[in-house]
Design a protein around this ligand. Structure first.
Ligand code: GLA
Length: 411
């Protein structure tokens, strides 16, 4: 065991002891949970930002992986940039519930338990998220030979109380063929929403129901965000097709209720740097949740520069909460416009082709609310004036140019 690992184990053991006493103390309040009715209602006023274990670690995730991601968020300045949720996805569970019917952590990969891990994450100033499902099985049970029947069906109140006791701030509640168990989507998600609210803890509620589209009207009143597509893969074709599907759903998104085109693959190695720039730009233009899905403990500088770009993040997190919409879709490139709260407008140009594209945009054809006079290039950081004439730019294959346009009234 290295010195670092030893230190980590000791600190986790201490946290485990402290949390065990807190858990014990909290158990008393469980008998009469406060019912707020809408504890999590505004928990995601802007799209949630953070990290999730699934895209990189899948079913092999360990507590060390999660702790290392949490430390990297802090050490690399990503918490300061807005990334605050550390979400442990599927495969955290032991294959059986406890004798009292509670979910519990896999003892080999999470030897100190989820309460201790959550306390570690909170101790770094971050928030903690977890994964569950409304049917009998999780997707890991169904698709990854993960042992057990670890869904929450019939145990919703117990599981919500367990999550609240562990100080979970974010629950991803994933469909995983729950219809095969006779589960009705609206009923199941409303049930868990109510169970979470009854704990009195503000918990972001992220749901995935199949089919993802059409977006049923109950989702915005029940969940903070909902998946709009099947799982993303770390390749251009998957990412761009997910973006196209999600772009068509712009009208459903707004403050506190977001379309979720799935988590980020940036930095996982399957796309080029321009393709990851496109991925990140499009997610920001779509006001999508920004959940990093790479191994933060081993992130290269280019990836960090990309995901830490404050001007891009500001577009995603803009308080107006407007999802960008397509104003021009050609065979080679697409143009998206996203109005911002201060009257500025974000604009992106994605080159979807395999050749270099020279693009020229005429103000009058963009449907902008006012005449922009300044252009900030979000990826180069250069600012220039836009007087008359078209905005011209050259976009490399599969790359995206992204701008913030400021109107005359502000300069
Ligand atoms: C589904 C979800 C993924 C992930 C896995 C875990 O496939 O869409 O994001 O949570 O389940 O098993």
């Amino acid at each position: 065991m290295t010195l670092l690992r030893l230190k980590r184990s000791i600190s986790l053991a201490i946290i485990a002891v402290i949390t065990a006493s807190l858990v014990q103390a909290c158990a008393w309040s469980e008998a009469a949970p406060a019912s707020t009715g809408s504890a999590g209602a505004r928990a995601a006023a802007t799209p949630p930002m953070g990290w999730n274990s699934w895209n990189h670690f899948g079913c092999s995730v360990t507590e060390d992986d999660v702790m290392s991601a949490a430390r990297a968020l802090v050490d690399d300045g990503l918490l300061a940039a807005g990334y605050r949720y550390v979400n442990l996805d599927d495969c955290w569970q032991a294959s059986h519930r406890t004798s009292t019917g509670e979910l519990t952590a896999d003892p080999l990969r999470f030897p100190h338990g989820i309460a201790a891990l959550s306390a570690y994450v909170h101790g770094l100033g971050l928030k903690f998220g977890l994964y569950a499902t409304p049917g009998r099985y999780t997707c890991g049970n169904l698709y990854n030979d993960y042992p057990g029947r670890l869904g929450s069906l019939g145990q919703e109140q117990t599981d919500a109380r367990t999550f609240a006791r562990w100080k979970v701030d974010y629950l991803k509640y994933d469909w995983c063929k729950a219809d095969h168990d006779g589960v009705h989507a609206q009923h199941a998600f409303t049930l868990m929403r109510g169970a979470l609210d009854d704990t009195g803890r503000a918990i972001v509620f992220s749901i995935h129901t199949v089919p993802e589209v059409p977006v049923s009207s109950w989702r915005a009143g029940t969940a903070d965000l909902w998946r709009t597509t099947r799982d993303i893969k770390d390749d251009w074709a998957s990412m761009i097709s997910i973006a196209r599907t999600n772009l068509a759903l712009a009208r459903f998104a707004g403050p506190g209720h977001w379309n979720d085109p799935d988590m980020l693959e940036v930095g996982n190695g399957g796309m080029t740097e321009p393709e990851y720039r496109t991925h990140f730009s499009l997610w920001c233009m779509m006001a999508a949740p920004l959940l990093l899905g790479n191994d933060l403990g081993h992130m290269d500088p280019a990836t960090l520069r990309l995901v830490a770009n404050r001007a891009a993040i500001a577009v995603d997190q803009d308080p107006l909460g407007s999802q960008g919409h397509v104003v021009e879709q050609g065979r080679s490139h697409s143009v998206i416009v996203k109005p911002l709260a201060d009257g500025d407008v974000a604009l992106s140009i994605t080159n979807e082709s395999a050749s270099v594209q020279a693009v020229s945009l005429v103000q009058g054809e963009l449907g902008l609310p006012n005449v922009p006079t300044r252009v900030l290039d979000i990826w180069t950081g250069e600012s220039r004036s836009w007087t008359t004439g078209p905005l011209t730019t050259t976009v490399m294959p599969h790359d995206t140019a992204m701008y913030r346009l400021s109107g005359a009234s502000r300069h």
